[in-house]
Each structure stands twice: as C-alpha cells, then as structure tokens.
Design a protein around this ligand. Sequence first.
Ligand SMILES: Cc1cc2nc3c(=O)[nH]c(=O)nc-3n(C[C@H](O)[C@H](O)[C@H](O)COP(=O)(O)OP(=O)(O)OC[C@H]3O[C@@H](n4cnc5c(N)ncnc54)[C@H](O)[C@@H]3O)c2cc1C
Length: 413
Amino acid sequence: MQEFDVVIVGAGPAGGHCARLLAQSGQRVLLVEQAQSFDVNSFSSAGAPLDILKSFNLPERLVGQFWRNITIVTTNLNEAWRSPAPLGVVLDFARLREFLAQEAQRQGATLWLGHHYLSRENTADGKAIAHFQQRGTGDRVSVCARVIVDATGPARAVIYAKRSEQPPLLSATGIEYLIEVSPEIYDRYRDDLTFFLGHRWMPRGYSWIFPMAPNQLKVGAAYIKDRHALVQQTQSLRHYIDLVLREYMHLDDYRLIESHGSTIRYSRGLEDRYYDGSTCLAIGDAVSTINLLGGEGIRHAMEGAAIAHPYILQALQNPHSPREALWQSYQQAMLRRFKDRWLISERLGLKKYLADSNETIDSTIRRVRHLSAQELVDILFYYKFERLTKGFNPYLLNRLYSLFKRIRALLPR
Ligand SMILES: Cc1cc2nc3c(=O)[nH]c(=O)nc-3n(C[C@H](O)[C@H](O)[C@H](O)COP(=O)(O)OP(=O)(O)OC[C@H]3O[C@@H](n4cnc5c(N)ncnc54)[C@H](O)[C@@H]3O)c2cc1C
C-alpha cells in the first residue's frame, strides 16, 4: 500500500491550495479528486475582489475578465456603482483548480483524478487508511497517511462517516449558463458584476450576470431551499435565468456554451465538525467557509486551507505533539477568523433572501446608493458592516443580540 504524509480529498480551491502549501513545505502529499478532469462541472461563477490574485499568488492567466462596476437591479430599482479602475476578477474556475493542483504537483505532490473517496479507518500505530474507488474501472485502491484532510466541500464526505451524523445544514442551489453573445451585447456587461434581487427577479436568493471572456457571459440564479415568509410560490432556477435573459437583457440570439451548477450546504452558527480523532480534519466548505450573504467562497476556502497548514505541519513534524490539542487550536483559529462576520452575514442573508419585502430590499439599496463602488465592495466582499450601521460596532451589536436571544430563551413563556 502506498504511504503519504497527508491525503487531501477534494481538489477544489481549499484542497488544491492546501496541497500546494503542504507540498511546498516538503510533505509527501496525495491530492485526490473524484472528477476525471477539472473541466467537469466548472460550477462556480468565481467572482472575487482583486486582491485574490496577490493574496494567493495566482497568475493573471486564470482571470476570465476584470470588473470595475457593480449594478444591482431590484423589482423597482436599477442602481450602478462605477469605478475608474478594476475592483475585481471573474476567474476561470476550471483553470484555477487545475493551476492549484499543478502547483502542488510541481512541488512533488501526487494527483489522482477520477477517484471517489469511500471510507477510512485508523491503524493501531496512529495512522489512517483511506479507501477510494476508481471511476470507470470500479477498481478499489487504499492508501495510508498520517493525516487525512476533508476538502470535499458541501459533501463533507470524510469528516462524517455517515450523512445522518451531519448537523442540520442549510442548502442553497445555483445554476449558471455560460453563453456566447454578440460583441455589442458583451460590451454592455463586460465591466460589471450585475446582481438581481427582489421578488420579481429571484425570491429566496439572487440572480447575476458576470463577464467571463470576450463575447462570453455567465448568467445564473441561486436560491436557498427554504420557505420565503412572503412569497408562497416560486419557480425553477431556469425560469429565473430565462427571465434575466428575456426581460432584462432582451436577448433572443445567444449560444448556450454549457450550463453547470451545484449546491452549497452551510451550517448555521458554524456548528461544523472541524476534526475527528487524531488523523482527520476538515477545511473549506466542508466547514462552511462560504459566506451566506454574498455566496462568495473561493477566497475563504483558500484562506481556511492556509489557516490549517501550520497545524497540519506541526502535527507531521512533531509526531509526539498531542494531535487533538492542535486540531482544537485550528478550530479556534478558524472561528476567530470567521465567526463574528459570518454570523452577521448569515442573519442579513436569511433576512434579505427569505423574509424581506420588495420595499425593504429597495430601501436597503437606497441606503447604500451614496457609497462609492469601493465602499460597496467593502460591504459585499469584506463584510465591513459598520458602513451600514452608521459607525456602531456591528460585532458588538451581534453579541448583544445573541445575549438577548439567550436571555429570552431562559424566560418563562
Ligand atoms: C452556482 C455557484 C456560484 C458560485 N459563485 C461564486 C463566486 O462567484 N465567487 C466565489 O468566491 N464563490 C462562489 N461560489 C462558492 C465557491 O465556489 C465555493 O465556496 C468554493 O468552491 C468552495 O471550495 P472548496 O474547495 O471548499 O469546495 P469545492 O469547490 O466544492 O470542492 C470540493 C471538491 O471535492 C470533490 N469531492 C466531493 N466528494 C468527493 C469524494 N467522495 N471523493 C473525491 N472527491 C470528492 C468535488 O468533486 C470537488 O471538486 C459559488 C458556488 C455555487 C454553487
């Protein structure tokens, strides 16, 4: 049986970046992905602010298109925030995942595509054995490792042996069309991230138009699989994509290059399992690093991998250090980084997508109308909610809100 220091299951942004960092640190890494190619289901719209390139040392060739404006369309409003300089990128998600895996390989990691993770078990000498099934042939293969990393995103396939062990998770599904349009149509949308909110366009979520490459646009819609307090009946995701194509873009002539999609699964309150015993820990969307308000997850999945990296390294370099204490420190570091902001985003997101009326959505947009494009990016991508709360510390407000909820739960009804 082949033996590695670390086996990372899932070659998304979290798994790929983790493999890259650990291989750079000289560890023997196996990165395993169930898809047979990175071009299979390139599901993510992959919009991000500009600093993703520098923060994660990504080359410009992964960029589909730079964007500098944000447009938000609601049932009654159409507002645009313009910037003279680029504020962000739309990445090619397939090429991003491929790049991270290739970087890991360049540093000595092994990559297995087309291998589906099945199960794991611990050995008497503190290692783990992971079992995989090869797509196509059905052959089974097992490997031994000192640490197994669950980077399977919403599946959480490794950290939980059974789906029934998982905490209650909120699901949101998104579908996106990659379309080819005429140069005139493309020019209209090439510099903008355009979002659609409100009951007309997308109750329970939002829709979007992102530029991808010359004459190519991504048009998508995503919604939370839960009831809306005010809208009883909703339609399929494809209905809302068609609505944008027909009634906003007035497009009758385009070529559908492909359609893709996926489901994210998010633990409210970040109640995920970050590690299991001494050999297994989870990163990326397997521990809900996606932000529920904006649906942005690539940067956060990679940042989570970077947070995990020194703890995994320490476990490998000091075999006698108490593993569970290390994993606990990893969990605390993750919660310190994400929890406050994610809980506020969660509350705002659930309110916006599942409870607000069209009037409330419009009044929120009116409140941010005067901001610059960069200030709007600060809210949507950097969660600087103090811009919305007129200087009140939103994290303090959130703590007070949680305290209030706990006290209310203790009071007799
Ligand atoms: C429609 C949609 C649009 C989005 N748009 C954006 C956006 O514009 N910007 C942004 O930042 N984020 C966006 N996101 C979110 C972002 O794509 C995710 O948060 C991010 O990909 C999470 O990275 P990850 O590596 O944790 O998980 P994933 O990217 O989900 O990767 C997990 C990998 O594990 C593999 N895997 C799963 N189970 C197994 C198994 N049993 N064996 C082997 N391999 C397995 C999967 O095939 C997959 O490759 C979007 C998500 C969706 C669904």
